[in-house]
Design a protein around this ligand. Structure first.
Ligand code: 6GU
Length: 228
């Protein structure tokens, strides 16, 4: 998969060199390009924002640098998907991550300030598929942290990125439930015992116990996932 990111804070994404995602980059499973929006400005101050038409607080990102940056990236593949992180977008879920992991080329446009001039979305949508995606009902200062989270969720679903594919299917949200509690050695720690069923060797009983734990946890913490 190819991933391009346009941002005014390229160093935010240095962290993608770490851990599993870093390995996926090194091995070529993920090809990452991080692009500084200011490289597409032409004034001495490398200006990317201006005051909003109609008034109001804050600044809006100017369309011209975005247009130039995206023109170049969209020309590099046949059917890229452009994602703008935005609290006004559709909420990102595990289903979103699964769908995006099937794409060949993702382009992320990280907005800052009060947002990007609306014409950037409208113009891009004439030439590519465009999605606005939100991380949830709270406000971040910009899209960078949201894109880091999305890339981690998507990246680990690309075949080969996570060593043992079975570890993917037992996670929270993969089957619509929260994950069951996990234990390792020692069998007693600070007087707390590991649930005896897990030491029983009875795989059917263990699977049933884990399922019950998932249901109990989900009912208690996230009844919305059960449609309650
Ligand atoms: Cl994707 N961006 C920003 N700026 N704020 C958010 C968000 C995204 N998701 C939730 N809050």
């Amino acid at each position: 998969m190819r991933i391009d990111i346009v941002t005014i804070f390229p160093t935010f994404f240095d962290a993608l060199d770490i851990s599993l995602l870093g390995k996926a980059k090194t091995s070529g499973l993920i090809e990452l390009g991080v692009h500084d929006l200011r490289d597409f400005t032409h004034d001495r101050h490398r200006t990317v924002d201006d005051t909003p038409y109609g008034g109001g607080a804050g600044m809006v990102m100017k369309p011209e640098p975005w247009g130039e940056a995206l023109d170049g990236l969209l020309a590099e593949s046949s059917d890229p998907l452009v994602i703008f992180p935005s609290p006004a977008g559709e909420v990102f879920t595990q289903a979103t991550a699964r769908a995006l992991a099937e794409e060949a080329h993702l382009v992320f446009g990280c907005g800052r300030y009060e947002g990007i001039d609306q014409r950037v979305f409208d113009d891009t949508a004439e030439r590519a598929r465009v999605k606005l995606v939100s991380m949830g009902d709270y406000v971040l200062n910009g899209g960078e942290v949201a894109v880091m989270a999305m890339i981690e969720a998507i990246g680990r679903l690309i075949p080969g990125v996570v060593g043992n594919p079975e570890s993917l299917v037992e996670e929270s949200h993969e089957n619509g439930l929260l994950e069951y509690p996990s234990y390792t050695k020692p069998a007693v720690w600070r007087g707390r015992e590991v649930p005896p069923i897990l030491l029983s060797g009875n795989h059917g009983a263990i699977a049933a116990w884990r399922r019950e734990q998932q249901l109990e946890r989900t009912r208690r913490v996230r009844p919305d996932l059960l449609g309650d």
